[in-house]
Design a protein. Structure first.
Length: 142
């Protein structure tokens, strides 16, 4: 994945939407090693990342330190998200929603995201469908 292009694309989508907006405070949910988070930061966004993996966040913090980026990373699961305040935009990329186990966990994550979003905010995420998992990926995964 080209994180630089993805960050630029996401910023463009916010501006080109039917209700164009500036991203405001941005949360990169399930940020992993922070690659997208840091590209969003480079584009001037006020962004922070959340992930449930200490190991992933350790890499993210090392990357931020190396580029002298003032970005906060929090270790939290998305279904128990607990932020310091509200956000204007939430990105959740690389099919991270698919890592949740079942409808109840997905609903819990969506409820937590909604709780911390300002009015007229954006939650942009992607998922793989059951069709892709069964028919496209099937037994072709590692």
């Amino acid at each position: 994945m080209d994180y630089k292009d993805s960050a630029a694309y996401l910023k463009l989508k916010l501006r080109a939407s039917p209700h164009p907006c500036e991203p405001g405070i941005v949360l990169d949910l399930a940020c992993g090693t922070g690659s997208l988070t840091l590209e969003l930061y480079k584009l001037g966004m006020d962004v922070y990342g959340v992930d449930g993996s200490i190991a992933m966040l350790s890499e993210a913090k090392d990357k931020a330190y190396d580029m002298e980026a003032d970005v906060m990373f929090l270790c939290q699961k998305m279904q128990t998200l607990d932020l310091f305040g509200t956000v204007n935009t939430v990105f959740c990329s690389l099919d991270s929603i698919n890592h949740l186990s079942g409808e109840a966990q997905v609903q819990a994550a969506f409820d937590r995201v909604a709780f911390f979003m300002d009015n007229d905010s954006w939650f942009i995420f992607d998922v793989n469908t059951l069709y892709k998992h069964e028919k496209v990926l099937g037994s072709n995964t590692l």
